[in-house]
Design a protein around this ligand. Structure first.
Ligand code: PLP
Length: 373
C-alpha cells in the first residue's frame, strides 16, 4: 500500500501563505487577493431571508437552485448577448471548485494543460490533482498571454488551455482580438479552452470578452464567481457554464464531491445577481482610482510596471532583494515567483486596501527601492 497518492506529491502549498506568516502584525498588507469591501446588503439579505424562512435548510438540486441558475444565465445574456440554458450551469463552491470540475472531467492521466506563467496558483496544482501535466507558458512584455504562444505549445497530448482575463497576478486584460484567437484555437485544434473570468466585472480600460462569444464549437468552458465581483470570497459561490454534454460530465464530479453548493450562499448569490449593481460600479471606480495611485507611485519609485487594466493587482519588475526589503520595512507584497518560474524578478501588489494605507505603503516602497538599487 502506498502512503500517499503520487498525483498530490508535487502539489506545493501556495507561496503566498509564507509571505503572510513572515509579516509583522501591523504591516500594511498589499498581499490580499480579495476586495476590501463588504458584501452588498441585498446579497446578505437574500441569505438571511432564506435562512429565516427555512428555505436554505436542505440540499438544493445538484446543479444549484433553478432561480440561481436562471440569474446566472440572464447575466450572460445581459453582459455578452449569450443565450445560456439554465440547465447548462452548475453552481459551485467558488471559482476554485469550478476550475477543479473542468479539469477533473476533461483531463486524462498525463495529458497536458497549458496555462499562463506567471498565473493564478491553482492552475498548476489543480492540473496535478487531476493527474494531468502542467505546461506553463510565458507572457508578452505587457503581461498578456499571446495566443500564438498557446498555439505553439499545443501537442497531441494537450487536453486544455486556461485563459484568465482580467488576470491574477498581473491585472492584464486580453484584447478582443486575442479572445477571438483563443476561441479559434479551441475550435481548430479541438482542445478545451477553460476561461477563468472571476474578475470579469473589474475592468478599467477596454472591455472584457469571453471566448464563449466567438467559439463555433463547444470547446469553451466559462468560469466565474461572486467572490470578486460582489466581494463574497467567504461565501464560496461560483459557477461553470458549458455545453450540456460537458456540464453533465462535470456534474458527475460535483455531485459526488460536493452534492451542491452551500444553500445560503446560493440565495445570497441570486440576490447579488438580480439586485442593484451599483455597489459593483462603486467598487470598480474605487479600484480604478487606486490603480492610478499605485501606478504613479511605482513609476515615481523608478519601477517598470505595465498598466494593469483590470482586477486589483499591479505587477512591477523589481530588483533583487526588493521584496525582502519592502517586507522588512513593513509592507507585505507577494514575490512574483509564487505565481510560476517566469514571475521571478516581479512582485504582485494588491490594491484591495484603503487609500491612506496605499499612500503610506508607496512611500515605504519608494525608500526601499532606493535602498536596494
Ligand atoms: N481564479 C482566479 C484568477 C483567482 O484569482 C481566484 C481567487 O483568487 C479564483 C479563481 C478562485 O476564486 P474563488 O474564491 O471564487 O474560489
Amino acid at each position: 500500500m502506498t502512503e500517499f497518492a503520487k498525483r498530490v506529491e508535487d502539489v506545493s502549498i501556495s507561496g503566498i501563505r509564507e509571505v503572510f506568516e513572515a509579516a509583522d502584525e501591523d504591516a500594511i498588507n498589499l498581499g490580499l487577493g480579495q476586495p476590501d469591501f463588504p458584501t452588498p446588503a441585498h446579497a446578505r439579505r437574500g441569505a438571511i431571508e432564506a435562512i429565516e424562512s427555512g428555505r436554505a435548510d436542505a440540499y438544493t438540486s445538484n446543479k444549484g437552485t433553478p432561480q440561481l441558475r436562471e440569474a446566472i444565465a440572464a447575466k450572460y445574456d445581459r453582459d455578452y448577448g449569450l443565450e445560456i440554458d439554465p440547465g447548462d450551469v452548475i453552481a459551485t463552491s467558488g471559482g476554485s471548485e469550478a476550475l477543479h470540475l473542468a479539469l477533473e472531467a476533461h483531463v486524462d492521466p498525463g495529458e497536458e494543460v497549458i496555462f499562463p506563467d506567471p498565473g493564478f496558483v491553482s492552475y498548476d496544482a489543480l492540473t496535478r490533482i487531476a493527474d494531468g501535466t502542467p505546461k506553463p507558458v510565458g507572457l508578452r512584455e505587457d503581461l498578456t498571454l499571446d495566443p500564438a504562444t498557446v498555439e505553439e505549445a499545443i501537442t497531441d497530448d494537450t487536453a486544455a488551455f486556461i485563459v484568465n482575463s482580467p488576470a491574477n497576478p498581473t491585472g492584464a486584460v486580453q484584447s478582443e482580438a486575442d479572445v477571438r484567437e483563443f476561441a479559434r484555437i479551441a475550435d481548430e485544434h479541438d482542445v478545451l479552452c477553460i476561461s477563468d473570468e472571476v474578475y470579469e466585472h473589474i475592468v478599467f480600460d477596454g472591455e472584457h470578452h469571453t471566448p464563449m462569444e466567438f467559439a463555433e464549437t463547444d470547446n469553451v468552458i466559462a468560469i466565474s464567481a461572486c467572490s470578486k465581483t460582489y466581494s463574497m470570497t467567504g461565501w464560496r459561490l461560483g459557477w461553470v457554464v458549458a455545453s450540456n454534454r460537458r456540464i453533465e460530465r462535470m456534474l458527475r464530479v460535483h455531485q459526488y464531491g460536493q452534492a451542491c453548493a452551500s444553500a445560503p450562499a446560493q440565495f445570497a448569490a441570486e440576490a447579488a445577481l438580480t439586485g442593484p449593481q451599483e455597489p459593483v460600479e462603486e467598487m470598480v471606480e474605487t479600484f480604478e482610482r487606486r490603480r492610478d495611485l499605485v501606478l504613479d507611485g511605482l513609476e515615481d519609485a523608478g519601477l517598470e510596471v505595465p498598466t494593469p487594466q483590470g482586477a486589483f493587482y499591479a505587477m512591477p519588475k523589481v530588483p533583487d532583494g526588493w521584496c525582502e526589503e519592502v517586507l522588512d520595512r513593513g509592507v507585505v507584497v507577494v514575490p512574483g515567483d509564487a505565481f510560476g518560474e517566469n514571475g521571478a524578478g516581479y512582485a504582485r501588489l494588491s490594491y484591495a486596501t484603503g487609500t491612506e494605507d496605499l499612500k503610506e505603503a508607496l512611500e515605504i516602497i519608494d525608500d526601499a527601492t532606493r535602498a536596494v538599487r
